[in-house]
Ligand binder design. Structure first.
Ligand code: IDP
Ligand code: MG
Length: 155
């Protein structure tokens, strides 16, 4: 087990649909810590960097148009195994197939407009956090509650 950080985006559909608060609540309800947060506009350059693995795919032009279509809210989320915990909380990529109880499963019905991004592994998390945030934009969040949220050995 490890204390991890992961990059989360509330995507343009979530912002336009006034779902930022619901998504933040789901993360906070889970007991994870938000250690950085800002609203920004993804540019085509940033999209190509963020979605480098998808740039050559047929759906990339639509994905770029979508992710640059309006502001996103970027967050860095911290907790034990935060990368996997967030992927589970988000649900499957295709929101039509995401289980009820997940963010995508409860709030969406699209494969593309699936509300939320979360890093898919430790390397991606490291790169994506560095892409969206400067070190001094992140707080260290030991917080007074961590002792009742998880055990020391889970960090
Ligand atoms: P993920 O967001 O669950 O990690 P990825 O496969 O990495 O899913 O895809 C990145 C994003 O690209 C998805 O979240 C979705 O918005 C979009 N996407 C994925 N597959 C398709 C597709 O087949 N058609 C259109 N958009 C897609
Ligand atoms: Mg992905």
């Amino acid at each position: 087990m490890a204390l991890e950080r992961t990059l989360i985006l509330a995507k343009p559909d979530a912002v336009q649909r006034r779902l930022i608060g619901r998504i933040v609540s789901r993360i906070e309800d889970k007991g994870l810590s938000i250690v950085g947060m800002k609203m920004l506009q993804v540019t085509p350059d940033l999209s190509r960097q963020h979605y480098a693995e998808h740039v050559s795919k047929s759906f990339y032009p639509e994905l770029e148009a979508f992710i640059t279509s309006g502001p996103v809210v970027a967050m860095v989320v911290e907790g034990p195994e935060a990368i996997t915990v967030m992927r589970t909380l988000m649900g499957k990529t295709n929101a039509r197939e995401s289980a009820p109880g997940t963010i995508r499963g409860d709030l969406g019905a699209s494969r593309q407009m699936n509300l939320i991004h979360g890093s898919d592994g430790p390397d991606a998390a490291k790169n994506e956090i560095a892409t969206y945030f400067k070190e001094n934009e992140l707080v260290s969040a030991p917080g007074i509650l961590t002792s009742v949220l998880w055990a020391k050995e889970e960090e």
